[in-house]
Design a protein around this ligand. Structure first.
Ligand code: ZN
Length: 218
C-alpha cells in the first residue's frame, strides 16, 4: 500500500520546494497521484505533474475528465466482464462476432491486446484476475461461475484458455477447465509461442496472432 498521510498531517508529506510552495497543495496532490502509479518514482511524478501544469487548459481538463470517465462511466459487461458504458459491452453487442467461441482471459488489458492483434472474431470472458492464494485470490473471487453458466446455457462450441503462461495463470486455467468438465464444449489453449512468464499484454501483435492460430487442445 502506498503511504497515505492522514488528512492534515503535513509532517509526513514530502517537502520539495520544486513540487509546490504550499506543501499538500494542488501540485503536491498531483505529484502524489502520479507517484502512486506503477513504475513512476517521485522524480518522474514531479516531471509529469509539471508537464500537466504547462499543458493548455483544455487538454489538462480533458485528461482529468478521462480519468473521471474510466472510473465513473465504465462498468463490467454483464455477460463477459469486459468494460463498457452499457450493460453489454461493444464486443458482446457486435453481431459480426462469432458467439460459438469464447476466449478466457484474466484482465481487460489482455482482451485489448488480443483485439489489437486482430484476427480473433469470437467473444471473450474476462476472469477479473487470476488465482493467487498468497494474495487471497481464490476461485470465488474470479468470474468462473458466470463462465460456467454461459457455457451451460448453450451455443458455445469452443473455449480458448488465454490465461498468462505462468504458474498462477496455469493454475487458473486448470481451475476453469475443471469447472467446465463434462460440459459439451471443446477446450483449447493458446499456442506457447509466448515466452513463459510473458503476459499477453507484453506480447507483440504477431506472437498473439500466431498463438491464436496455433491453438491446441487443453
Ligand atoms: Zn461483453
Amino acid at each position: 500500500m502506498a503511504e497515505q498521510p492522514a488528512p492534515g498531517d503535513r509532517r509526513s508529506r514530502r517537502r520539495d520546494p520544486a513540487a509546490g510552495r504550499s506543501g499538500g497543495g494542488p501540485l503536491d496532490r498531483l505529484v502524489d497521484g502520479f507517484a502512486r502509479l506503477p513504475g513512476i518514482g517521485h522524480k518522474s511524478a514531479e516531471r509529469l505533474a509539471h508537464h500537466v501544469l504547462q499543458m493548455p487548459l483544455a487538454e489538462a481538463l480533458a485528461f482529468a475528465e478521462a480519468i473521471r470517465g474510466v472510473r465513473e462511466d465504465l462498468r463490467p459487461c454483464t455477460v463477459c466482464f469486459n468494460l463498457g458504458e452499457e450493460e453489454r459491452c461493444a464486443i458482446c453487442r457486435d453481431p459480426r462476432r462469432d458467439v460459438t467461441t469464447l476466449c478466457v482471459v484474466e484482465r481487460v488489458r489482455d482482451l485489448l491486446a488480443l483485439e489489437e492483434a486482430g484476427g480473433y472474431q469470437g467473444l471473450y470472458h474476462v476472469l477479473q484476475g487470476r488465482l493467487s492464494p498468497l494474495n487471497g485470490v481464490g476461485p470465488e473471487q474470479l468470474s468462473i461461475e458466470p463462465l460456467v453458466k454461459r457455457v451451460r446455457d448453450g451455443g458455445v462450441v469452443e473455449v480458448i484458455m488465454g490465461t498468462t503462461p505462468n504458474v498462477e495463470g496455469d493454475a487458473t486455467a486448470l481451475a476453469v477447465v475443471q469447472r467446465l468438465d463434462g460440459l459439451p464444449v471443446r477446450i483449447t489453449k493458446l499456442a506457447r509461442g509466448l515466452t513463459v512468464g510473458a503476459a499477453l499484454e507484453q506480447a507483440n501483435r504477431d506472437m498473439l496472432a500466431d498463438a491464436l492460430a496455433g491453438r491446441q487442445p487443453f
